[in-house]
Design a protein around this ligand. Structure first.
Ligand code: NAD
Length: 440
């Protein structure tokens, strides 16, 4: 099948490459000419495991091309996936739909045949309906365009496997023909047993924000428990293990620490709050305000604990920060808890040295103040405190004995509860973490 993918960022580039990989003829479209050039050359413009391989394979095979021209997209296919960003508005909690609207407004007058536009971006409930009216107003006479919503659940770091083998496919459409067409698009996934949930657009839009709200709530719940543990000497890691054995609860997304960030969870729960208020049902999801507040509180708690570990002052201290991205296996620093903590500490005038395996370029752009290092040892040299803020696998593999030889003070704050504290302790480190008792 011929299809286009409009917006080729973290979501769209992977979707385009995966759609080509399952045999479709794909044209990716983005307004960012630099990104288009990279992708067209078969190179991933960001770090995502497995993406370079499928990009190269499919651009070489001629099944995957990229352009900046929406007119070319309208000409190329009758099926268009929309994957542009829906960030938080600068002036409110609501989602900024200007990119999605720009695509619909731009595409409508260019369409010369009946077409289907399928949104994958995360949008407030009701968006499909309003975009359907919007596109109808811009179409040439005699041309029809339907809009459906097919929210995306991929996780950065696992985006390729999540796209090729998602937990489920959700499609919200009003006409049966749309459902059939999308079943054809995703036929290899359906054949492999991926559940397909065909529903109305409002439900589809809600599935995505409800899923993210649930995950965010689970994380904030355990982080609230971590604070209670800190006040009582209880251990949140054991608590989480014990809770997790209950199949109704489950252990995943129950790791206490610095909390969630990135370009999705925080803005999605805020947009949900804003949309619920517009719908006069804000009370129903008002708990999400607490989820957001508890989450942001972990960043402050981490900074406060770091200060205490340094004798109540950052002045004249050298602080090593391990991790800048919002999660491992990504170079994404959008709303990164790690970078937020680094920024807070750098703002005190402390000498902050940041290491990240993939996120340094983005981190430097977002936060120019600290020194950035490509080598963990360089970042930690002469440190008065080491902060472990993003749970990259390689940080768990650090030899704490070797590291203790180059720092000034062997104190580590493991804000992700991911280091082996016994091993670090045995190597002479003072190990602290949120919600965990500490050896005195
Ligand atoms: P992103 O910022 O990485 O990518 C958005 C892309 O859209 C950019 O490359 C931008 O240049 C392009 N763009 C903007 N306006 C355009 C236009 N008018 N025409 C063509 N291209 C345009 O964002 P992302 O992380 O890929 O997220 C996109 C959407 O997917 C958001 O709604 C997000 O919530 C959702 N989502 C993201 C993820 C994720 O893990 N990143 C997962 C699921 C859902």
């Amino acid at each position: 099948m011929r299809l286009t993918v409009i917006g080729t960022g973290y979501l769209g580039a992977v979707h385009a490459a995966c759609m080509a990989d399952i045999g479709h003829d794909v044209l990716g479209v983005d307004t960012d000419a630099g990104k288009v050039e990279e992708l067209a050359a078969g190179r991933a413009p960001f770090h995502e495991p497995g993406l370079p391989e499928i990009l190269t394979r499919n651009t070489r095979a001629g099944r995957l091309r990229f352009t900046t021209s929406l007119a070319e997209a309208a000409d190329f296919a009758d099926l268009h996936f929309v994957c542009v960003g829906t960030p938080q508005r600068p002036d409110s909690l609501a989602a900024d739909l200007r990119h999605v609207e720009a695509v619909v407004d731009g595409l409508a007058p260019l369409l010369t045949r009946d077409s289907l536009v399928v949104g994958k971006s995360t949008v407030p409930v009701g968006t499909t309906r309003s975009l359907s009216r919007r596109i109808a107003a811009g179409l040439r006479p005699g041309v029809e365009a339907r809009i459906a919503w097919n929210p995306e659940f991929l996780r950065e770091g696992f985006a390729v496997q999540d796209t090729l083998r998602p937990d489920r496919l959700v499609v919200g459409a009003t006409e049966p023909g749309t459902d059939q067409l999308l079943r054809q698009v995703y036929e290899p996934m359906l054949r492999a047993g991926v559940p397909y949930i065909g529903t109305d657009p409002a439900t589809a839009e809600l599935v995505k924000v409800a899923a993210n709200s649930f995950l965010a709530t689970k994380i904030s719940f355990i982080n609230a428990m971590a604070e209670i543990c800190d006040a009582t000497g209880a251990d949140v890691a054991t608590l989480a293990d014990a809770l997790g054995h209950d199949a109704r609860i489950g252990r995943r997304f129950l790791s206490a620490g610095l909390g969630f960030g990135g370009g999705c969870l925080p803005k999605d729960i805020r947009a949900f709050l804003a949309r619920a208020e517009e719908l006069q049902v804000g009370e129903a999801v008002s708990f999400l305000r607490d989820v957001d507040r508890i989450n942001r509180r972990q960043r402050r708690r981490t900074v406060d604990l770091a200060r205490r570990l340094l004798g109540d002052t950052f002045a004249g201290k050298r602080v090593a920060v391990l991790g800048a991205t919002f999660k491992p296996d990504s170079d994404d620093v959008r709303d990164s808890p790690a970078l937020d903590v680094a920024a807070e500490i750098a703002a005190t005038g402390a000498d902050v040295h940041v290491h990240d395996p993939e996120g340094i370029d983005n981190a430097r752009l977002a936060l120019p103040g600290p020194s950035y290092h490509t080598d963990v040892m360089d970042a930690c040299r002469d440190a008065d405190l080491v902060l472990h803020l993003t749970e990259w696998r390689q940080y768990r593999a650090i030899d704490p004995v070797k590291l203790s030889e180059i720092v000034r003070v062997p104190t580590v704050l493991d804000a992700r509860n991911a280091l082996d504290r016994e091993v670090w302790h045995a190597a002479g480190w003072h190990v602290r973490a949120l919600g965990r008792p500490h050896p005195t």
